[in-house]
Design a protein around this ligand. Sequence first.
Ligand SMILES: [Zn+2]
Ligand SMILES: [Zn+2]
Length: 130
Amino acid sequence: MDKKPKRRMTKQRKMILEVVKNTTIHPTADWVYEQVKKEIPNISLGTIYRNLNVLKEMGEIIELNYGSEQSRFDGNSVEHYHFKCLECNKVLDIEIEVERDLEDRVEEVIPGRISNHRCDFFGYCNDCKE
Ligand SMILES: [Zn+2]
Ligand SMILES: [Zn+2]
């Protein structure tokens, strides 16, 4: 029997999801908070964090973790690679296909099965590369 609680799409949650989906900047929770606050002035940052986590569990959004920095959130839940600028911290989607061959190659050398992989590229964007 599945004991997992069914996650409802509340009005707040729906708005948070829309904010994340309607941008390509891969926002932080703080940024999402600033946007949602315009519509729901009494919402708390804690509520934003909680809902972002639920949306992540629901598979609606992806959390990108860059070590000590604040997590970034991605409304594009289809697997894809990212490029992050080391200077201005902007995160861009990379429009190439995910390399499934790489998963086969890794499976040959590890004792286990790969279900997916993440790949981040780092460098300097056109605004910062000078
Ligand atoms: Zn940059
Ligand atoms: Zn992305």
